[in-house]
Design a protein around this ligand. Structure first.
Ligand SMILES: [Zn+2]
Ligand SMILES: [Zn+2]
Ligand SMILES: [Zn+2]
Length: 135
């Protein structure tokens, strides 16, 4: 589904910036930091970008993948809604390129996590991403 279709699917108004943010994240292999998003979407003002990220994450279109030193990284969601963000996956922060990748975890680990009374789970790791060090 393209970005416009995604917004329609979520009953969100199609605004230029929403489409631009979704496009940027869809084209990226990993998550994008707020600074990078800001750089790529230079034609929009900061407040609008900030509010757009909040709206899109409230509605389950994107999620905050990682946070470090006050810098947030965002990635697309698939199968989330405004009711629930479901990404029991790992966020790998690459120590070479600084990128953040979303990595699926095993069903077994998901089941184990499901038994714990977490409100929010954010599993993160540091190492090299698949681009810097192909497996
Ligand atoms: Zn999500
Ligand atoms: Zn890397
Ligand atoms: Zn993720």
């Amino acid at each position: 589904m393209n970005s416009e279709g995604t917004l329609r699917h979520f009953n969100l108004r199609k605004t230029k910036i929403r489409i631009a943010v979704l496009d940027a994240l869809a084209q990226s292999v990993g998550a994008l930091s707020y600074a990078v998003l800001q750089e790529r979407l230079i034609e929009f003002d900061r407040t609008t970008l900030y509010r757009t990220l909040l709206t899109l994450s409230d509605h389950g279109l994107i999620h905050k993948a990682y946070e470090e030193n006050g810098e947030s990284y965002y990635a697309r969601c698939f199968g989330c809604s405004d009711q629930a963000h479901n990404h029991e996956h790992l966020h790998l922060k690459c120590s070479s390129c600084g990128g953040v990748e979303c990595i699926e975890i095993s069903e077994q680990l998901k089941r184990n996590l499901a038994q714990l009374p977490f409100q929010e789970i954010n599993i993160s790791a540091k190492g090299s991403c698949s681009t810097c060090e192909p497996v």
